[in-house]
Design a protein around this ligand. Sequence first.
Ligand code: ADE
Length: 239
Amino acid sequence: MKFEVITIFPELIDDYKKISIVARAIKKRLLQIKAFNLRDYTFDAHKTVDGRPYGGGAGMVLKADVLTRAIQGVLKKTTKKKEKTKVILLTPAGKVFSQTEAKKLAKNDRLIFISGRYEGFDERVSSLVDAEYSIGDYVLMGGELAALVMIETIARFVSGVVGKEESIQGESFSKDGKTSNLLEYPQYTRPEVLKIGKKTLRVPKVLLSGDHQKIKIWRADQALKKTKKVRPDLINKQW
Ligand code: ADE
């Protein structure tokens, strides 16, 4: 799967590519991640990407003409085969991204993300994009981290990227495991007894019992309890 990011900070994306699972998946040709510098698509010697908003107001707005040139330029760089492509604008005013959205977006061959800085975009750029996404109800300095959050989440659905295929099943928010719509149950590994100061923390006995049926029931119960406590909004959520 191919991810492309249009940004004025391509180095943020390029650095991310060098790390761990993503770097390995790129090496195995399962993923491709490419950053494009928005300044390469400007029209003037100063490489201006933003302008003052019509009607006044604080901050600068990313220019629609430069963004259009960049999107069209990147779209034109297709490979031989016909790729199922979506152009995505990152904005706090977009649809909230989720695990369900990630799974749907993973059905594409190619996603082009547009990361903004400054106060926003000239509204006319919307006519060139297929979807607008926010990664949550807060405002970032720009869309680069949002693009990386989306890329990492979507990439995990690409076959072969995550070591064991089954390790993405039954995760928090997934609808496919027994813990559908729920947060993941607690996990433990060695040591069986952990001393922290005066505290002694033990692994729950049921996990040491070898009784798989009992473990399954315990995990489902823990997932439900945790979700009720931390995210009660998920219990009756329609996905
Ligand atoms: N740009 C600034 N804030 C953002 C957010 N929450 N999601 C996506 N893009 C953004």
